[in-house]
Structure formats: structure tokens, C-alpha cells
Design a protein around this ligand. Structure first.
Ligand code: PMP
Length: 386
């Protein structure tokens, strides 16, 4: 129940990838038949990813090594290339570190970044955005849905405001892709980050959608692959796997998301109802179908995790990217939680393998774990332990 940190690769994806590791190992840049076979597979995968997000043309999809690279490429690429138009970037305080740290880096190179606050659900405020959108703003980068608390941002409304000021909108859809339908044209998205593993494809491959006409400075210079925007021999087996995963997601997303939403709501209910001083993080309905983020007062997420781990349930206390630090997650602090509240958080992310009995089993474990930890916590009010 910790799918946000990694998902198994779908067997149908593995089957699609295998030939490109042995019998069909051509390089898409070669002119001979072997190379052209590879080129065909590369372009088919591009079409599949483009179709998933309703891109206007397949050439708008650039393959990368994953979401971190796509986020870096979108933000640095647009800001460097368009610095004559302005030097200001706006982002939110619930972004992944690959956005946060890219924006912070840019401030050391003479660019300006504004981190918008969010409300207690994690929504970016449209008035805040409007106020900060000056004529100098070249890019706004907002997460489609935060992977830690699951809140889905109002992208279409954000896009309207951004375009009124002639800025570009980049959306990090890593946690959302494959779970909720994303339509770059209908939602007015100029650049979109996607990741393969979040759709049960292989790791180490992702994509950046770049709307036609938007100019980027490349991060990698070399042989000019990917329309010169991302040089380097294409990772064909993984790209083919990503294409297959995108295709499967497109066809299976509706049923699977409905199933996960039912499981999610059953899980949230079962975790919160039996225990006082327990709360949901994020919005109850405008949230990713797989995300269950809760908190219990007076105790620590890590101790609950260990209790669950001993019983064979694997969860997380926040983003894997910040799990090694003792600092609470910046996302939980941004929604207004105090340090001790953030530390009492527990995050489950459901996936294709999880069924109702898994959820019911995890629910059955929590009262004992929480009561035991509260009994030894100095923060627990006396009446709760009586
Ligand atoms: N953006 C978001 C919203 C994420 O949740 C993650 C982590 N899965 C990333 C970006 C970075 O992904 P990766 O580490 O695969 O590059």
C-alpha cells in the first residue's frame, strides 16, 4: 500500500519491451531497415503517450529519463529561452522537490520565484495567483495533484489566469497520470510532466509534453535526438514499455479509478471512525483515487509504520524523497499542520494489486497500533488512556 514510491511493471508491458532488448536492438537514428524498425517502435510509443493526454500531435511528446528530468527541462528550458520576456516564475508550496529545488536553483542565477500558499486542503488560491501574475511572469508551474495528500488542483481555472497574462503553464502530472483523465488541450496546459512507472511502466523513463510553438533551451546537448530537445540515444525498450503502459492506462483507467475510489473511501472511513483525534489530510473528494493520507494526534507516523510493517502492511509517512530527513514534509506544513501534526501522518497509496480484504486487514490493525503508541506517548491527554 505504498505504490507512490514504486509500482510493479505490468506483465503486458514487460512482454512488449522484451523484443527491444534482444532481437530488435536497432537504433532509431540508423537508416537501415533494422534502425527503421526501431524508429517505428519509438514513434508508436510517442503516439500512445500523446493519445493518453490528447496532445495535438505526437511530436509534442519528448521522452526523458523520468519526472525529475521533465520538470527540470520544462522549468529551466522555458525560463532560459524566454528570459527576454520576463524573469519571474510562479509555483506553489505543495510541489515535488524536483520543482521546488529547480526553482530555488534559478533564484541563484538571477531569476525570481514566487511560492504560492495553499489552503488547508492544499488548493492553490486563484486570487493569490492573480495577484502575483505580473507582466514579468514567464512561467507558472503547478502540480496536477500532489502525491502526498492527493489534492487535485483546479488546473483549468489556473490556466485561464495564466494565459490572461500571456505566461506559460507547466503542470507536473506525475502522481496523477494514469489515474485521472488529463486532456492538455481542454485544460489549457502548455507543458506537462509524465512518468512511466506511475502507470505500471518501467522506471527511468518519462516524458515532457511541449505544446507546439513553445521554445525551450535544451538541458542536454549532443546528437540532436528528440527534436534537438533531449540528445542521447533513446532508451527504446523502456520507451516502448512506457507507450504500452500509457495505452493500457487509457483503456483501463475508468474502471480501475472507480474501483480504487471505492476502496479509498472505505479505507479512510475505516481508519478514522474507530479512533478519536484522527483526521484526513487533503480534500475528501477532489483527491487522487489511490491516495489515503491520515493523521493521528499525539503519536508519530514512523512508529505506526513500523507497527504496520511487522504485520505485513507497507505504508509511508510522507514522500519517499524526504523520508530520509527528520524534517516533516513541506507539503503537510504548507496545508497548515503544526510540526507534531505533520509527524503524526500516515500515507497509503493503493494500486492494482490491492483488494478489499487488504484494506480491511490494514483497518483492523490500526486501533491496536494507535492505542499502544498513545499509551506510551507523553503527549496523550490522560482521559484518552483511561
Ligand atoms: N513529481 C511528483 C508529483 C512526484 O510525486 C514525483 C515522485 N514520484 C516526482 C515528480 C519525481 O519522480 P522521479 O523521482 O521518478 O523523477
Amino acid at each position: 500500500m505504498d505504490h507512490a514510491v514504486g509500482r510493479p511493471v505490468d506483465q503486458r508491458v514487460i512482454d512488449a519491451m522484451l523484443p527491444f532488448m534482444n532481437s530488435s536492438y536497432g537504433n532509431p537514428s540508423s537508416l537501415h531497415v533494422f534502425g527503421q524498425e526501431a524508429k517505428h517502435a519509438l514513434e508508436e510509443a510517442r503516439t500512445r503517450v500523446a493519445d493518453l493526454i490528447n496532445a495535438e500531435r505526437k511530436e509534442s511528446v519528448i521522452f526523458t529519463s523520468g519526472a525529475t528530468e521533465s520538470n527540470n527541462m520544462a522549468i529551466k528550458g522555458v525560463v532560459y529561452r524566454n528570459k527576454d520576456r520576463g524573469t519571474r516564475t510562479i509555483t506553489s508550496s505543495v510541489e515535488h522537490m524536483s520543482v521546488v529545488n529547480t526553482c530555488k536553483f534559478l533564484t541563484t542565477r538571477g531569476f525570481e520565484t514566487v511560492f504560492l500558499p495553499v489552503d488547508s486542503f492544499g488548493f492553490v488560491g486563484l486570487e493569490d495567483l492573480e495577484r502575483e501574475l505580473t507582466d514579468k511572469t514567464v512561467l507558472v508551474s503547478i502540480v496536477y495533484a500532489n502525491g502526498e495528500i492527493g489534492t487535485i488542483e483546479p488546473i483549468r481555472e489556473i490556466s485561464k489566469k495564466v494565459h490572461e497574462k500571456n505566461a506559460f503553464l507547466h503542470v507536473d502530472a506525475t502522481a496523477a497520470c494514469g489515474q485521472v483523465p488529463i486532456d492538455v488541450r481542454r485544460e489549457g496546459i502548455d507543458l506537462l510532466t509524465l512518468s512511466s512507472n506511475d502507470m505500471y511502466g518501467p522506471r527511468g523513463v518519462g516524458a515532457l509534453y511541449v505544446k507546439e510553438g513553445i521554445r525551450l533551451e535544451p538541458l542536454l546537448h549532443g546528437g540532436g535526438q528528440e527534436r534537438g530537445l533531449r540528445s542521447g540515444t533513446e532508451n527504446l525498450p523502456s520507451i516502448v514499455g512506457f507507450g504500452k503502459a500509457a495505452d493500457l492506462s487509457k483503456n483501463e483507467m475508468k474502471d480501475e479509478s472507480e474501483r480504487l475510489t471505492r476502496l479509498r473511501d472505505r479505507f479512510i472511513d475505516g481508519l478514522l471512525k474507530p479512533l478519536p483525534y484522527s483526521f484526513l489530510n487533503g480534500h475528501p473528494t477532489k483527491r487522487l483515487p489511490d491516495n489515503v493520507s491520515v493523521r493521528y494526534s499525539f503519536i508519530e507516523g514512523e512508529s505506526m509504520l513500523l507497527g504496520l510493517d511487522m504485520m505485513g502492511v507497507f505504508a509511508s509517512s510522507g514522500s519517499a524523497c524526504t523520508a530520509k530527513t527528520l524534517e516533516p514534509s513541506h507539503v503537510l506544513l504548507a496545508i497548515g499542520l503544526k510540526h507534531e501534526e505533520a509527524h503524526g501522518s500516515l500515507m497509503f497509496t493503493l494500486g492494482r494489486q490491492n483488494a478489499e480484504e487488504d484494506v480491511d486487514y490494514a483497518i483492523s490493525l490500526m486501533p491496536n497500533i494507535v492505542k499502544r503508541l498513545r499509551a506510551i506517548s507523553p503527549l496523550t491527554p490522560k482521559e484518552l488512556n483511561m
